[in-house]
Design a protein around this ligand. Structure first.
Ligand code: ZN
Length: 295
């Protein structure tokens, strides 16, 4: 972990200090909530308001934004150089260890309805006064080439819009001069995993949805599934044994992938990871039996 010249923040998702941060968190929250039809905003310029209108539009929300003209639109504080917003996962570890030695931010207690984390990290980093907040968005998330950000029934409000490059560019225009950047934008997950193993010799991170101090890898979530198969592709068989991937979990995600191959629907941008393994490495998860033997 990072030890020199760093400051670590543990914050609850709603734990903000600036007026601007509170305003942005509220607007974002109301866009992701189902019921509101009208959102009251400060008197911000059109190009700023267009950011929120765009976010509502891609989320399929039919919302009216009304400016409250008596309220001045505040800026974020702009007092510190840079922050690594840290989830503990693969991309965050890589960013913190190899690219940048900055302050670290851990976000606690995010409600399910707000689980897209990138927008929250952007707000929190700016709220703390950082000129630049680094997040661990890798190439899979930021390469929009395969994605159609038009709102459709497929890209419902559950779609992970906030990990796209489009979102980050628009946020940066909105919050300027406080910006968000990814230092791993041109690397994909498997390249990052290989670099971490090469430099640290092991699985020195926990990229599991259910991780606890005693059980770093649950063996039942999507993250365990993907890291397990990445390790198989990299022929790191000993390390793969540290992830107790169950047969049921493997079969469950294989079944989802079979469905995706039929209908092409990939709302969380995760199923294309299996295409990527097959096309680039010839590794087809549908032909894998646990234990690493192909049939
Ligand atoms: Zn897990």
């Amino acid at each position: 972990m990072i030890t020199n010249n760093t400051q670590t923040y543990h914050k609850h998702y709603a734990d903000l200090t600036s007026e601007r941060g509170s305003i942005d968190l509220r607007i974002r929250h109301e866009i992701y909530k189902e019921e509101d039809k009208t959102i009251y905003v400060p008197d911000m310029p059109d190009d700023k308001l267009n950011f929120w209108k765009w976010l509502a539009w891609v989320q399929n929300r039919d919302l009216e934004f009304i400016r409250v003209t008596s309220k001045k639109f505040p800026d974020y504080p702009f007092t510190k150089p840079a922050l690594v917003a840290f989830s503990g996962g693969l991309e965050s570890v890589f960013t913190a260890k190899t690219v940048f030695n900055g302050d670290i931010f851990c976000l606690d207690g995010v409600p399910d309805s707000e689980r897209q984390i990138e927008g929250l990290l952007a707000i929190h980093g700016a709220d703390l006064g950082y000129a630049c907040t680094y997040i661990g968005c890798e190439n899979d998330g930021l390469d929009n080439d395969d994605f159609d950000l038009e709102p459709t029934t497929q890209y419902s409000k559950d779609t992970m819009i906030e990990c796209t490059f489009d979102f980050i560019q628009r946020w940066n225009n909105y919050a300027y001069p406080n910006v968000v950047q990814s230092a791993v934008r041109y690397l994909n997950k498997i390249d990052i995993l290989k670099k971490i193993i090469d430099t640290t010799g092991g699985l020195t991170f926990h990229s599991c949805f259910n991780t606890t101090p005693d059980v770093p890898w649950c063996g039942k979530c999507f993250k365990c599934m993907i890291i397990f198969h990445f390790l198989m592709v990299l022929e790191e068989y000993d390390l793969s044994k540290e992830i107790p991937l169950t047969k049921e979990t493997h079969e469950k995600y294989c079944e989802e992938y079979r469905q995706y191959l039929k209908d092409g629907k990939d709302p969380f941008f995760t199923l294309k990871d299996w295409d990527f393994l097959r096309d680039r490495f010839g590794y087809d998860i549908l032909k894998v039996r646990l234990g690493g033997k192909c049939v």
